[in-house]
Design a protein around this ligand. Structure first.
Ligand SMILES: Cc1ncc(COP(=O)(O)O)c(C=O)c1O
Length: 405
């Protein structure tokens, strides 16, 4: 009898975490690899948040708390949802966990059964399909097009809904494409959902504050109040406040669902770190002005990367509206050969070629449900980005077209 449960056959390790580990391994082995795979801001955690953590430690905040967050953290989250999203959640409509990832995991485990379908617009965040499958459900992928800015279209959503549909999961700003759903983008989708009262909607808004060009990423529950009672609005402090290691995520949603999520968490991790909760309160209630400055800083890097990639033969790259990733089309490199004579047949081949020949680590679009693309994180210094993009340009220029027959 095998030790490992067949449940584990349904999932794979997160490709982004694996690639980041591989880049670190190569760097440790002395290779000058520039990793553009990481999914976290390269800014420091603000000093006031660090101070709050130290105060928490010194003040003896070192014990178990309520399983899904202290009342004080829930109040800070409620304040954030009201201030930034126009959503009014009471304490019993809020849950806090070890990162937004745990909130999503708990919500799916608590609601999805065998045969249930979960609609995932592609490209999608790598963990969604695996979480759905772990819960026993079936991911239903709905591809978007580059021409639509990688956004789910209402007609496609309508076609994907069946009597077994449990959730639509929407991520804005999107990892990996950077697509931002404004209120105008969401309205046609919420109109569809209004006609299908059995479908719930989970909105993953963790990149909310990293938006460009004056855009505002909207929350479905605010755009269509009729959906408030079947929406789970997920967010966290990781990306906005450069607090990925603190592991605090949260969500607002209907009481019944929040209670079930609490039950899940009470039998697994219990509360998120008491110290991190204090830090998150400071993040959500302290100064917010640096968020705009940081987004502007990311914007300059986005523009640099988009321009340099568009100058690489075989790559075309649309300008993303948010998050810190570009999702570049590498269609023009497919079918070409490396100087060593290896065929670039797909985006994984291209990623391996870049790692070997250019010592640049990026991620294949196939991991996000769309090929042939690569996801490039520009959350690293301008100097490194310039160097990495120059290397990519040279590597693309070195590819050889197959001889004409
Ligand atoms: C779209 C998206 N959702 C959720 C997460 C998880 O974030 P955390 O668990 O740190 O809140 C990530 C992290 O990369 C992400 O890209």
């Amino acid at each position: 009898m095998s030790l490992i449960s067949p449940r584990m056959d349904r999932i794979k390790p997160s490709p982004s975490s694996m690639a980041t580990m591989r880049v670190r391994e190569l760097q440790l082995a002395g290779r000058k690899v520039i990793g553009l795979t990481v999914g976290e801001p390269d800014f420091d955690t603000p000093a006031n948040i660090i101070e709050a953590s130290i105060r928490a430690l010194r003040g003896g905040q070192t014990r178990y708390t309520n399983v899904d967050g202290t009342p004080e953290l829930k109040d800070a989250v409620a304040l954030k949802f009201k201030r930034e999203n126009g959503l009014a959640y009471s304490r019993d409509q809020i849950t806090c966990a070890n990162g937004s990832k745990q909130v999503i995991f708990n919500a799916l485990m608590a609601t999805v059964s065998a045969g249930d379908e979960v609609i995932l617009p592609a490209p999608y965040y790598v963990s969604y399909p695996d979480m759905v499958q772990l819960a026993g459900g079936t991911p239903v992928f709905v591809e978007s097009t580059e021409a639509s800015g990688f956004k789910l279209e209402a007609a496609a959503l309508e076609r994907a809904i069946t009597p077994r549909t449990k959730w639509l999961m929407l991520n804005s700003p999107c990892n990996p494409t950077g697509a931002v759903y404004t209120a105008a983008d969401l309205k046609p989708l919420t109109d569809v959902l209004k006609r299908h009262p059995h479908v719930w909607i989970l909105t993953d808004e963790v990149y909310e504050h990293i938006v460009y060009d004056g855009l505002k990423s909207a929350s479905a529950a605010a755009v269509e109040p009729a959906l408030f009672d079947r929406t789970l609005t997920v967010n966290g402090v990781s990306k906005a406040y450069a607090m990925t290691g603190f592991r605090i995520g949260f969500a607002g949603g209907p009481k019944e669902l929040i209670k079930t999520i609490l039950k899940m968490q009470s039998q697994s991790t219990t509360n998120p770190s008491s110290i991190s909760q204090m830090a998150a309160i400071e993040a959500l209630t302290g100064p917010q002005d640096f968020l705009v400055e940081r987004a502007q800083n990311f914007r300059a890097r986005r523009d640099l990367v988009v321009d340099m990639l568009n100058a690489a033969p075989g790559i075309s790259c649309r300008k993303p509206e948010g998050a810190f990733y570009v999702f570049a089309n590498i269609g023009g490199t497919i079918g070409k050969y490396t100087p060593e004579g290896k065929l670039i047949a797909n985006d994984l081949d291209f990623v391996m070629y870049l790692l070997d020949a250019a010592e640049v680590g990026v991620l294949q679009g196939s991991a996000y449900g769309m090929s042939p693309y690569v996801r490039i994180s520009y959350s690293t210094s301008t100097e490194k980005l310039q160097e990495a993009c120059s290397r990519i340009q040279r590597a693309c220029a070195a590819l050889v077209s197959p001889p004409a027959r």
